[in-house]
Design a protein around this ligand. Sequence first.
Ligand code: CTP
Ligand code: MG
Length: 240
Amino acid sequence: MVPAAGRGERLGPGAPKALRELGGVPLLVHAVRALARSRAIGLVVVAAPPDGVAEVVALLDSHGLDGKDVRVVAGGATRQESVRLGLAAVPEEVGAVLVHDAARPLVPVEVVDAVVAAVRSGADAVVPAVPLADTVKRVEPQQPGVPEPVLETPDRAALRAVQTPQGFRRSVLHEVHEKAVAEESSGGLPPVTDDAGLVERFGGRVVVVPGHEEAFKVTRPLDLVLAEAVLARRRASDGY
Ligand code: CTP
Ligand code: MG
């Protein structure tokens, strides 16, 4: 399923991020096609901006999607809620679910297939990830303009930057989202920024497989510049 209901605040003013264009095609269409390229994918559920469901249905109808079944539901106020609403549209008999950000339009099919393979060989939850280029420091956050004291420098060799698609046994993902809702209504914890984080929170085992540098998330304006360059190179070199 593809959570695509975010506003894209960090990208700046304009249409919702999933509908912004890359090489003349909306990010969401790139992301859905990237999943559909895998033979393992039969159905794609999209969680659209709540006021943009009809627009997203029309958009996906007008772009050929290799004969895959596509369903569109209204997303929610947080990514976590959008994923939960999308998951509700996945039939019970489906054994494995991938959750892929609409904001990662260029994920190579090899990453999708590696995640599927790891779920099929028995993992409850699988995340693709890459080593970090930058050294990371944990700080004590301060008001803007005030220097932040450093608390520690984790060993970079043991850190990974996590991407999507993240893969799950459907029953596991369903269960942790239900638990998260139950917890929220009793005061609760803040929403997580990825689904594997929910599995971890409730004690499940999550494994990492290799991600890809081209599976980066379009978050800020510079990311769109990079994505345009990657797409232009693909179109020039392999007729992508
Ligand atoms: N997402 C969603 N529903 C929300 C918020 C986010 O489906 N209520 C989706 C986004 O559409 C995106 C993915 O989650 O595909 C990753 O989120 P992010 O990159 O943070 O996107 P936005 O929330 O749209 O961007 P920003 O945080 O800058 O506003
Ligand atoms: Mg966001």
